[in-house]
Design a protein around this ligand. Structure first.
Ligand code: SIN
Length: 560
């Protein structure tokens, strides 16, 4: 594969820090992954600092509707959860990471309950479990009907606010890692630079000197035009890690959620999610109103029909959209009835109605949109990245549990389980304080106004359906945008530079993987090809140039 020719910044152009602070561990991000790490680490180290780009609850966890998957129900087992996860991951999971996820998951969820999370209960007082795509059992715990993430976030924030020894800095964008030379001569993460939109002592660029950094900063959805991700999801953590010498893995596996409410061709940014749990409760996809001859096109496509793994459903919707020339398909959930909608999906009901659609009486227009990065910063089973002192957890990380296509509701679980593991090992391997050293990486910045063109390019050429000519065009366009180096040092330009960096990286590996696997769908290579492509693309930044290498690995779902 040819590397992108234009040099990407080795660090973001920013003023020198005007203030400094210290913490043993600084955690970037305040969703389930970040706050779990903070709560578990506070007993292990003297000082934990959480920095978050907006306010504590502005990240992706808050928006998670469906729930959190774990083998909690009668008759269910971690082994069955493991099988469903491996099958969804289409041969690209790390088998050991998946085993850890499913075996440690139930206890981690019980701990969330002990912390004060109120999951919905059934008539007998047991946790009410539902089903989503790719699961062969009811194993999704939910809260507030369809407000699971919001309830988990509430409980975690309450616990953090009751822990005065955890310091929080809000409105703090992580600009870059600070690097130092460790006791064995190794280059290691020794903190980060931040931009804080604050007042008084902590305003503008500052430096946090730390003994370890935990990235829990979420995903990259804003690289695309339409996404279920909130506005903060601009791939910052992945870009920061890449610039510091960490490896990104499996970046081509971006999951498009099949049922995102279609708001028209000009709608941009975060779009309303219609949870898979709606299909789990009996809704089905149609290519037109059934009373006018519309058909249930998922039947016959997969044994689980409307509840097939989400890559299968997203592809079937796209195919039907292309065949019919329509910009969307529909979800029919009218038969669930008003009372059920009010009780089980109050958030989705209110959102749909606010956009002029009443799901109780009308079909919901839906189309796939970017939802989740299955890849990210490569970690080992305890969240360590390739940079000593730098850990990653949650969506920003690639722990290996999702492979080519994340199983529904495994994301909250991943953040929970792997943050606990980081906390278990980190204190024991904290390096002594290492002095900051002069950063010699070449700085740069692209102009803030490239954002829209990056998003359009990625959506039209590196979206659900990919092909060599489109990917080559995308690489060229992104390369051109990387050359628009007229940015001024502010949040818009830092984010735009991160978006360009991640777009270039994603496009490179999407072009490299000449097969269709999981959420990576190549029009020109429509089959999965285990003989050539069982394995992972790893990306690093060498002298400002992306370097992609392929590491073969055995397929992990037994399909090869
Ligand atoms: C959904 O509720 O459909 C999304 C759940 C997930 O992404 O895991």
């Amino acid at each position: 594969m040819t590397a992108a020719p234009r040099r990407l910044p080795g660090r973001l152009t920013a003023p020198a820090p005007g203030w400094t602070t210290r913490a043993d561990v600084v955690i970037v991000g305040s969703g389930i992954a970040g706050l779990t790490a903070a709560l578990r680490l506070r007993d292990e180290v003297d000082k934990v600092l959480v920095v978050t780009k907006d306010v504590l609850n502005a990240g992706s966890t808050q928006w998670a509707q469906g729930g959190i998957a774990a083998a909690l129900g009668p008759g269910d087992t971690p082994a069955e959860h493991e099988t469903d996860t491996l099958v969804a991951g289409a041969g690209a999971c790390d088998a050991e990471a998946v085993r850890i996820l499913v075996t440690e998951g139930p206890e981690a969820v019980r701990e969330l309950i002990a912390l004060g999370t109120n999951f919905d209960l059934d008539a007998d007082g047991a946790i009410s479990l539902t089903r989503e795509g790719g699961h062969h059992r009811d194993r999704i715990a939910h809260a507030g009907g369809d407000a699971t993430g919001a309830e988990i976030q509430r409980a975690l924030i309450a616990a953090v606010q009751a822990a005065p020894d955890i310091e929080v800095i809000e409105h703090a964008l992580a600009v870059d890692l600070l690097l130092g030379t460790g006791p064995d001569g190794e280059e290691r993460a020794v903190g980060l630079t931040l931009h804080v939109m604050g007042e008084g002592q902590r305003d503008g660029i500052g430096a946090v000197h730390a003994r370890a950094v935990v990235l829990a900063s979420g995903g990259l959805g804003q690289v695309f035009t339409q996404t279920t991700n909130p506005v903060v999801a601009t791939g910052d953590g992945m870009a920061v890690a890449l610039r510091a010498g960490a490896t990104l893995r499996d970046l081509e596996f971006v999951q498009f959620h099949p049922t995102v409410m279609y708001l028209g061709p000009d709608s941009r940014g975060q779009q309303p999610l219609i949870s898979e749990a709606v299909r789990g409760e009996g809704a089905f996809l149609v290519d037109g109103p059934p009373e006018e001859g519309g058909t249930r096109f998922m039947q016959g496509v997969h044994e689980l029909a409307d509840l097939a793994p989400r890559d299968v459903v997203a592809k079937a919707i796209m195919k039907r959209m292309l065949e019919t020339g329509r910009p969307h398909m529909w979800l029919d959930a009218r038969h669930l009835g008003g009372e059920f909608w009010e009780r089980r999906f109050p958030t989705i009901l209110a959102t749909a109605r606010s956009h002029g659609i009443d799901p109780v009486t009308e079909l919901i227009p839906v189309a796939p949109a970017c939802h989740y990065a299955s890849g990210g910063v490569r970690t080992d089973l305890d969240g360590r990245t390739d940079v000593p002192g730098l850990y990653a957890t949650g969506e920003v990380a690639c722990s290996g549990v999702h492979g080519a296509n994340r199983l529904a509701s495994n994301s909250l679980l991943e953040g929970l389980v792997f943050s606990r593991r980081i906390a278990a090992v980190l204190a024991g391997e904290l390096a002594p304080w290492v002095p900051l050293r002069t950063d010699r990486r070449a700085s740069g910045l692209v102009a803030a106004d490239v954002r829209r063109e990056v998003q359009e390019t990625m959506t039209t050429r590196v979206g659900v359906l990919r092909s060599a000519p489109g990917l080559a065009e995308a690489a060229e366009l992104i390369d051109k945008l990387a050359g628009c180096v007229t940015g001024t040092a502010d949040q818009d330009s830092w984010e735009a530079t991160n978006l360009v960096t991640i777009a270039a990286a994603l496009t490179a590996v999407a072009a490299g993987r000449e097969e269709t696997r999981g959420s990576h769908w190549r029009e020109d290579f429509p089959e999965r090809d285990d003989a050539r492509w069982a394995g992972h693309f790893d990306l690093s930044l060498v002298g400002g140039v992306l370097d992609a290498s392929f590491t073969p690995a055995p397929a992990t779902d037994g399909a090869a």
